[in-house]
Design a protein around this ligand. Sequence first.
Ligand code: SAH
Ligand code: SF4
Length: 356
Amino acid sequence: MPEMKECLLEYTREALVELLGSLGHKPFRATQLMEWIWKHRVPDFQAMSNLPPALRDALQARFLLRPLQVVEVSESTTGSTRKFLSRMQDGHLVESVIIPAAVGQGGAHSSRLTLCVSSQVGCAFGCRFCASGLLGLTRNLTASEILGQIVAAEEIAGERVDNLVFMGMGEPLANMDNLLPALTQIMDPHALNIGARHITISTSGNVPGLRRLAAFGRPLRLAVSLHGASDEVRSQVMPVNRKWPLGELIPALQEWNRTGKHMITLEYILIQDVNAMLPEAHKLARLARSLNAKVNLIPYNTVEGLPWVRPSEADCKAFCRALVAERVPVTMRYEKGHDINAACGQLRLRREQQRS
Ligand code: SAH
Ligand code: SF4
């Protein structure tokens, strides 16, 4: 394995000041370095023409600016969604999805480019419908590897990402030690400069992580992968529900509501004969109302090797109408780019299967 270098993307200005100080340089060099990294986006220390050559060499010997090497970009034939797979220094693969805004989308939260990022290689939570959980957890991503996905996406798309969703591989709240430093850089006006209101963290309901994220104190958006409105149904598809059942999750979400500024979104994958029956819609509506939350319905996306089935379109619509009838704000999202395995973890899963 090649030597692993540390990556500077996760260094805040303060951390750079300290690093440069230890190398015998003045704090203004940190400002110059920040500009090269985030404003000019140079991938290479030698391009930093106003830094002394000895400093460029010293940095190059120890650090990296691009922690990911993009190895595959696949385009969906239906939309303009692009999914890319990147290789990290240790050879592991991570995937991210670039999603352009729908034409004509307006309002205060309209965006031009959304990126779906991964937070871990694989996932330890093992939800029964999810490709990321199938192979278990390999490792956490570093803060720089999270940031590197955004930098890579902007290089692929040729424009800035202005909306971020943590809905790729992994459970972000199980990787708080890297998530929080990554968020700090993402929101820093001198780094990626994406506002908290444009960042959505999706969680399967990691209760201690939720409390830590609330204490972080930024107005981030929260999506909760619910997928079952009773412990009985939820535990069938999400083993995490046995650890943090609804009786613990719901109070933690009520607590979030007291500190958060936005409506929580409840994500609900519709799976035939599991959670898509109409009585479940009623339970879901009651739960959503108690949290003042909106619901996002996602017809199940087929994962090779898994037994679950997407309900018919008519059944999905009936479920959606039942929620509307109970005055719950609801959207239904047919995965863009079904043909490129748009659900999280599917591209990597295919690669790993080809390899073995
Ligand atoms: N671990 C976090 C974030 C990553 S999963 C979480 O679970 O929320 C991102 C979303 O993709 C989740 O809502 C997850 O339930 C959904 N997903 C996973 N597998 C899917 C599939 N086969 N079809 C549709 N959505 C899926
Ligand atoms: Fe992990 Fe989320 Fe997939 Fe569950 S849905 S296995 S928590 S990535």
